[in-house]
Design a protein around this ligand. Structure first.
Ligand SMILES: *[C@@H]1O[C@H](CO)[C@@H](O)[C@H](O)[C@H]1NC(C)=O
Ligand SMILES: *[C@@H]1O[C@H](CO)[C@@H](O)[C@H](O)[C@H]1NC(C)=O
Ligand SMILES: *[C@@H]1O[C@H](CO)[C@@H](O)[C@H](O)[C@H]1NC(C)=O
Ligand SMILES: *[C@@H]1O[C@H](CO)[C@@H](O)[C@H](O)[C@H]1NC(C)=O
Ligand SMILES: *[C@@H]1O[C@H](CO)[C@@H](O)[C@H](O)[C@H]1NC(C)=O
Length: 545
């Protein structure tokens, strides 16, 4: 009798007692310690040079897609990642992975408002030089504070350990879910993003290597994922046989107190206190709005744990991190499209108010890289070290000024700071982001600005001239051309082109209006956040501090 009643109940409604291991951490170590490590001179496994018989090896001419193709290449897929389905998926083409903010895997952006342009060299122009600034590939989560996957896992584990936890319906998967993520480092998929970027960069810009008469210097910072990202880029760009011989990798120390233009927050105290943290204050207000329906819904499927808004943020984060680390996540399909839009916006708020135009310490943090850029563009060594630049590294060896190609690896927050310093105002056009709703006319989307492997490319060109002299510059972010309307002297141009001298003097003017000392070091509180729209403390209010 009892059995037959049970059979009438849909399986998804039966609450399941959870093993006390739910949420526990599982880690794997490879190779197994007893296996030892491989050595390059193992007589049992001679390397290719000893074995010989390599067959033919000519590599042919450099690829030059940027000048020879008729259609620009675009990245539209996510390699081996399983594309998640949101809850109640409709007929549309909604893509959860495009709603993960800075945790979105790389994908080409369609347009930043110049729909008739692409990254192929415009007619009448010739490419002389490129400046690449890119983010590392997908990483494991950092931190265990509230709202992180680790925090959610330990909350769940604590509840399961008391023996009272019961899950049902869409949360049933939690009964044997364990926390499998590492911390901080590059994931296997992140490795692929960097390899892909290196390959794409060689296929697009390989021709420029002909302009080198010594080895290129590429730069990264010392964190493990930064070094791994740079080396994987180099493997993609130079090939696995050559990458150690074909270029120099500069690794700049990334640590508190060290000057480093690619990790500039470390020497800007206001990036690391309540001012820098403002984005978390703002986005917490929004989380309380957009996650209320999900809190109600999911709470019905769990007993023995009172879910909080932070737990739900942690669950959305877990979808993002499990997907880019493990290839698949059960957490993605417990939130609907609207909730994923809410999560994307939660990240937009974080970046706007902590790492973007809405934070008064942010324009200052991009000053060091922009000083370096101007130094490279004008081939004039930096002589005053008054930002995050490091005088020890400012020499021909570690900071050459005559390369046809520059490659720098950095972080999401440094990239968005540099966009603010460069006054890429098309991103911030519609002003401060409200914390109680998603605005209809939004222009600031973090998944387009700073996804994993995000990359900004400056193309230096000679246009409509027989001379080899560079005449123009333009900027391409994630394969879409950036309008340069915020830089004085750069007129509206359908290809995003700006005359080089106007660009240089516009940026010099921009640097002159940024008060590095004040914005990074002064003791102030954030005034009305609506007054901060270009990453600076409002000059008119400085006298009150
Ligand atoms: C500058 O860089 C050098 C080389 O990495 C390092 O030894 C030195 O500590 C750095 N100085 C500062 C102030 O960061
Ligand atoms: C590091 O930056 C500070 C502040 O801009 C500057 O005073 C100092 O000289 C720099 N140190 C080096 C080694 O460049
Ligand atoms: C930066 O952009 C803002 C908004 O377009 C503009 O008012 C300001 O003059 C720009 N700054 C410079 C130095 O071009
Ligand atoms: C840094 O030095 C340069 C060159 O002397 C100067 O033009 C600029 O105003 C200085 N910037 C700051 C933030 O002091
Ligand atoms: C900043 O100013 C406030 C108010 O005057 C003061 O209480 C605080 O100690 C100051 N903080 C620092 C780091 O000087």
């Amino acid at each position: 009798m009892r059995l037959s009643i049970l059979l009438l109940v849909p399986a998804s409604c039966v609450a399941t007692r959870v093993s006390s291991f739910a949420g526990s951490t599982s880690t794997a170590v490879f190779p197994p310690p007893a296996a030892g490590t491989a050595s390059p001179n193992d007589p049992d496994f001679p390397d290719a040079s000893h074995v010989g018989n390599a067959g033919a090896t000519p590599t042919g001419d450099e690829a030059n897609v940027i000048a020879t193709a008729r259609v620009a290449p675009k990245v539209k897929t996510y390699g081996p990642l399983v594309k998640p389905r949101p809850l109640n998926k409709g007929q549309g083409s909604f893509d959860v992975l495009q709603h993960l903010g800075n945790l979105s895997p790389f994908r080409s952006v369609d347009s930043f408002g110049l729909p008739d342009s692409d990254e192929l060299i415009p007619d009448g122009c010739k490419l002389n030089q490129v400046h690449l600034l890119h983010r590392h590939g997908a990483r494991y989560p950092n931190g265990q504070s509230e709202g992180t996957p680790a925090a959610f896992a330990s909350t769940l584990h604590a509840a399961a350990s008391k023996g009272k936890l019961k899950v049902s319906s869409r949360l049933r998967f939690l009964q044997d879910w364990t926390f499998k993520l590492g911390a901080d480092g590059l994931t296997p998929f992140g490795r692929q993003e960097m390899l892909d970027l290196g390959v794409a960069f060689r296929v697009k810009y390989g021709e420029l290597l002909k302009g080198f008469d010594k080895l290129p210097v590429f730069r990264t910072t010392s964190q493990a994922r930064m070094v791994d990202s740079a080396l994987n880029f180099a493997v993609g760009f130079f090939g696995v046989q050559n990458y150690l011989q074909d270029y120099h990798q500069l690794i700049m120390i990334e640590a508190s107190g060290f000057n480093n233009t690619l990790a500039s927050g470390a020497v800007c105290p206001n990036a690391n206190n309540a001012i820098g943290n403002f984005g978390r204050v703002q986005n917490a207000k929004w989380a309380n709005v957009y996650l209320q329906p999900a809190l109600k819904r999911l709470s019905q499927s769990i007993q023995g744990l009172d879910l909080t808004i932070s737990d739900l943020v942690g669950m959305q984060m877990t979808c993002a991190y499990e997907t880019v680390a493990l290839g698949y996540s059960s957490f993605c399909r417990i939130f609907n499209e609207k909730e994923w839009e809410g999560f994307a916006y939660w990240n937009d708020l974080l970046f706007w108010y902590s790492f973007g135009p809405g934070n008064p310490s942010v324009a200052a943090q991009g000053v060091g890289y922009v000083q370096e850029l101007l130094s490279r563009l004008s081939r004039t060594p930096i002589s005053t070290f008054n930002s995050s630049t490091n005088s020890t590294l400012a020499n021909d060896i570690s900071f050459p000024l005559d390369q046809p190609m520059y490659v720098d690896a950095t972080h999401d927050s440094v990239m968005t700071a540099i966009f603010t310093t460069m006054n890429f105002t098309s991103f911030s056009r519609n002003g401060p982001l409200p914390v109680d709703r998603i605005p209809k006319d939004q222009t600031y989307f973090v998944q387009k600005l700073a996804p994993f492997a995000s990359n900004l490319v400056g193309q230096v060109l000679s246009c409509n001239t027989d001379s080899a002299e560079s005449t123009h510059i333009r900027w391409i972010l994630n394969d879409a051309v950036v309008p340069l309307t915020g830089i004085q002297g750069c007129r509206t141009n359908k290809d995003g082109l700006c005359p080089l001298p106007a660009f240089i003097s516009g940026l010099q003017q921009r640097l002159a209006e940024i008060d590095y000392e004040f914005d990074c070091f002064a003791n102030y509180t954030i005034p009305d956040p609506d007054l901060i729209t270009d990453g600076r403390f409002p000059p008119a209010l400085r006298k009150n501090v």
